[in-house]
Design a protein around this ligand. Structure first.
Ligand code: HAX
Length: 428
C-alpha cells in the first residue's frame, strides 16, 4: 500500500469510530425542518448531506478543510515561490484533512504521472463522435470509455479515483486538439506537474498559462456537497457505481448552463456585447445598457448570482488578482472588471435576486482568452478536470465511511393536497 493510501486509511479509521459515536450520542437531534416550498423549489437550504472536503459559507465563500482560497494560496506548495498552489496539494488536503508538505505534493505528482496511461480505445471512442460534438460530450464519452479500466470490483475505491484523476488531463487535451487543432496531438511531458502537463498537452507552454492552470484547477475543485456535479457524483456513487460512472454522471450535470457551462456563456455574452456595440472596450454606461437589454429579453446575466453564496465569490477575486499580476492592461479582462462595477447594483434593483455578486464563472474565460484559449465551448472541460479532485476525494470518503444508498422520499402534488386537507400524512 502506498503512503497516501495508508494515510487515508488511518484517517478514515479514526473518522469511522468518531461518527459511530456521534450518531449513537446525537443521532436523533434535528438539524432543520423541510417546508413544502423547499420540496418544490430545488431543496434549497435543506441540510441533508455530509461532505467532508469543503464547506461553503454564504458570506465568506468556500473553505477547503477550513482553509479559505487566499490561505491556500499562501500555504499550499507551488511550483514557484510566491506562485500559484499546485492542485496536487489541494487534493491531499481534501483527502487527508491536513496541509501537505512540499515533498508529499511532489510525490503525488509522480504517482499521478505513473497512473496516467490512457488506453487507445478511449481515443478511438472519442474519434467516433463527429467533430461538431460539444467538447463536454467528447470528454464524458472518453471517461465512459475509460470505465473498462475500473478495478472497483476488486479494490474498494482509492485506486480507481487516483487512476481517473491522473488520466483526465490526457483525455481533456485530446478533445481540445482533436476539435480545435487539426487532430494534431502532443505527448505528455513526464517531468511536468498535473496541471502543467495539461497546459503542455493542449499546446500552451507559456509558464504564466501553466500557473493559470494550477490556480484554475485549485479553485474549481470543490464547492461542498450540494451543487449539481458534486451531488450527482455522490448520488450515483451511493448505488456503488464505480468512480468512472459516478464522475461521468456528475460531469453531465456540470455541463448545464446554470452550473459549469456558465463560464462559456459568460464569454459568449461578452463577445456578443462587443459585437453589438462595435468596440472591445465598452464603457460602463454601455455595459449597463447591455445588461438591462439582457434582462428585458428575459435572460439571466451569466456569471452573476449563486444558490448559496451571498457575496463576491473568492474564486472570482483570486482570478482578478491573477489578472492584475499577469495582464493588468488586457482589454477583455478590464471589461470583466467594469462589468463587476456595473452589474451588482442593476441586479440588486430588481429586488428579487438573492445574490447580485459575481461567481467563479464571471472571470475565468477572460483569462483564458488572454493566452489564446478562445474556444469557449471547451471551458467547461477544464472545470470538469478540476472538479474531479473534489468529487473523487469526497467519493473516497463516502465509501470509507460506508455511506448507504441515497434515497430521499418524494411526494406527489395529489398527496400534498390530501395532506393539506387533513386527509393523510405527506410522508407516508
Ligand atoms: N441574472 C438575472 N436574474 C437572475 C440572476 C442573474 N444572474 N440570478 C438570479 N436571477 C433571478 C432568478 O432567475 C430568479 O428569478 P425568478 O424568481 O423570476 O425565477 C430570482 O433572481 C431569484 O433567484 P435566486 O434565488 O437569487 O437564485 P437561484 O438560487 O434560483 O439561482 C443561479 C442561482 C446561479 C442559477 C442564478 O443566479 C443564475 O441563473 N445565474 C446565472 C448563471 C450562472 O452564473 N450560473 C453559474 C453559477 C455558479 C456555478 O454553479 N458554477 O458552476
Amino acid at each position: 500500500m502506498g503512503v497516501i493510501k495508508e494515510g487515508f486509511k488511518a484517517k478514515t479509521d479514526v473518522a469511522n469510530a468518531e461518527i459511530k459515536e456521534l450518531i449513537k450520542e446525537h443521532g436523533s437531534k434535528k438539524i432543520g425542518e423541510v417546508t413544502l416550498a423547499q420540496a418544490y423549489q430545488g431543496m434549497r437550504g435543506i441540510t441533508g448531506l455530509v461532505t467532508e472536503t469543503s464547506l461553503l459559507d454564504a458570506q465568506e465563500g468556500i473553505r477547503f478543510r477550513g482553509y479559505s482560497i487566499p490561505e491556500l494560496q499562501e500555504k499550499l506548495p507551488g511550483m514557484h515561490k510566491g506562485g500559484e498552489p499546485l492542485p496536487e496539494g489541494l487534493f491531499l488536503l481534501m483527502l487527508l484533512g491536513e496541509l501537505p508538505t512540499e515533498e508529499q505534493v511532489h510525490h503525488l505528482t509522480s504517482v499521478w504521472q505513473r497512473r496516467s496511461h490512457v488506453p487507445n480505445h478511449v481515443f478511438a471512442t472519442i474519434d467516433a463522435l463527429p467533430v461538431t460534438a460539444h467538447p463536454m460530450t467528447m470528454f464524458v464519452t472518453g471517461v465512459m470509455a475509460l470505465q473498462t479500466e475500473s478495478n472497483f470490483a476488486k479494490d474498494p475505491i482509492y485506486d480507481d479515483a487516483m487512476d481517473l484523476i491522473a488520466r483526465l488531463p490526457r483525455i481533456a487535451a485530446y478533445v481540445y486538439r482533436r476539435k480545435y487543432k487539426n487532430n494534431e496531438h502532443i505527448q505528455p511531458d513526464g517531468l511536468l506537474d498535473w496541471a502543467g502537463n495539461l497546459a503542455h498537452m493542449m499546446g500552451f507552454d507559456d509558464e504564466s498559462f501553466k500557473e493559470l492552470m494550477r490556480l484554475y484547477m485549485t479553485i474549481h475543485a470543490d464547492h461542498e456537497g450540494g451543487n449539481v456535479s458534486a451531488h450527482t457524483t455522490h448520488l450515483v456513487g451511493s448505488a456503488l457505481s464505480d468512480p468512472y460512472l459516478s464522475y461521468a454522471a456528475g460531469m453531465n450535470g456540470l455541463a448545464g448552463p446554470l452550473h459549469g457551462l456558465a463560464n462559456q456563456e459568460v464569454i459568449k455574452w461578452i463577445f456578443e456585447m462587443q459585437e453589438k456595440l462595435g468596440t472591445d472596450s465598452p464603457s460602463k454606461e454601455q455595459i449597463a445598457q447591455y445588461v438591462k437589454d439582457t434582462l428585458s429579453a428575459g435572460k439571466v446575466v451569466p456569471g452573476y448570482g449563486h444558490a448559496v453564496l451571498r457575496k463576491t465569490d473568492p474564486r472570482f477575486t483570486a482570478q482578478m488578482e491573477f489578472g492584475k499580476k499577469h495582464m493588468p492592461d488586457d482589454k477583455l479582462v478590464n471589461t470583466v472588471w467594469n462589468i463587476y462595477d456595473t452589474v451588482p447594483p442593476i441586479l440588486q434593483s430588481l429586488g428579487k435576486i438573492k445574490n447580485p455578486w459575481p461567481n467563479v464563472d464571471a472571470h475565468s474565460g477572460a483569462l483564458l482568452v488572454h493566452f489564446g484559449l478562445v474556444e469557449y465551448e471547451f471551458y467547461t472541460v477544464l472545470f470538469a478536470v478540476s472538479r474531479a479532485l473534489g468529487v473523487m476525494a469526497s467519493l473516497c470518503w463516502d465509501r470509507a465511511l460506508g455511506f448507504p444508498l441515497e434515497r430521499p422520499k418524494s411526494v406527489t402534488t395529489e398527496s400534498v393536497k390530501l395532506w393539506l386537507e387533513g386527509k393523510g400524512e405527506i410522508w407516508e
